[in-house]
Design a protein around this ligand. Structure first.
Ligand SMILES: C[S@@+](CC[C@H](N)C(=O)[O-])C[C@H]1O[C@@H](n2cnc3c(N)ncnc32)[C@H](O)[C@@H]1O
Length: 252
């Protein structure tokens, strides 16, 4: 089956990202990378159970931390947790991020994959005050040249500098071209950043992600060399033979 069909067969709540929550270690890595401090007003869009908000306030002492999510149960859970601990200057809003107010933010965590939603949020992000940093995972905001990268964490700073896909990829990978080793290393970093300690599934995810990275690079003309590297061929073969997943058709 084609990889698209395989993805369609996975549970909706996972593929939509709605039931995906960043692990606590990721929040800490993100906040260290951002050098979050007491001068920051931090917003987490799609904050889920609000763990990121409490870590930002408690451990990084931001001036204020605000979580926004359109799921009432998650916001209820976040508020309940917040009331139990001795901490102030946090707020949760049960709201669509498209209509939510965030113009006092200095840092925004935005991990969404829905293209329409991202495009709509861009209009809002562009109007934020200069210097505001929007952190995304895996890829930058559309047409934005990242201002700082520690893959998979990417800072997009207002006012945005524009870049095409090729320029974005080269900036993220900090390389002139992408080979199998780059693709594998970056795929592994992403897997580690977002996952729990389910090592078997992690390896499977890393294989899929590295093939996707390399194929995208090839299609954009920035893969190193003209041939398909042997490890890429091998992993394509393993996916097809042992998992019945086909990715070769993605190559243009
Ligand atoms: C990691 S975020 C990303 C989900 C997103 N659907 C995506 O494209 O990847 C997950 C959280 O965002 C929340 N969420 C999804 N869409 C939202 C929206 N339009 N406004 C506010 N929260 C939203 C979900 O309830 C969930 O807690």
């Amino acid at each position: 089956m084609k990889i698209e069909e395989y993805i369609k067969s996975l549970p909706d709540n996972i593929i939509s990202g709605d039931d995906v929550q960043l692990p606590e270690h990721s929040f800490r890595n993100i906040f260290e990378f951002l050098e979050l401090d007491e001068n920051d007003i931090f917003y987490h869009l799609g904050c889920g159970d609000g763990k990121g908000i409490f870590i930002a306030r408690n451990e990084f002492h931001v001036k204020k931390a605000v979580g926004i999510d359109n799921d009432t149960k998650k916001i209820q859970q976040a508020n309940d947790y917040g009331k139990k601990i001795k901490l102030d200057r946090w707020e949760f809003f049960c709201e669509d991020i498209l209509t939510a107010k965030m113009d006092d933010a200095t840092v925004i965590l935005f991990w969404f994959t829905d293209n329409d939603l991202i495009e709509n949020m861009m209009k809002k992000f562009k109007d934020l005050p200069d210097g505001c940093r929007i952190i995304t995972l895996w890829g930058p905001l559309p047409q934005c040249l990242p201002s700082k990268v520690e893959f998979p964490y990417i800072v997009n700073q207002v006012p945005f500098k524009t870049a095409n896909l090729k320029e974005q990829l080269l900036e993220i990978f900090d390389a002139k071209c992408i080979d199998f080793v780059n693709a594998w290393e970056y795929a592994e970093r992403y897997t580690k950043a977002i996952s729990s300690s389910d090592i078997e599934n992690n390896r499977f995810l890393t294989i899929l992600q590295s093939l996707v990275i390399w194929i995208n690079a090839k299609n954009l003309g920035i893969a190193c060399g003209n041939e398909i590297p042997i490890p890429i061929k091998n992993y394509m073969g393993i996916l097809k033979t042992f998992f019945n997943i086909e990715v070769e058709h993605l190559l243009k």
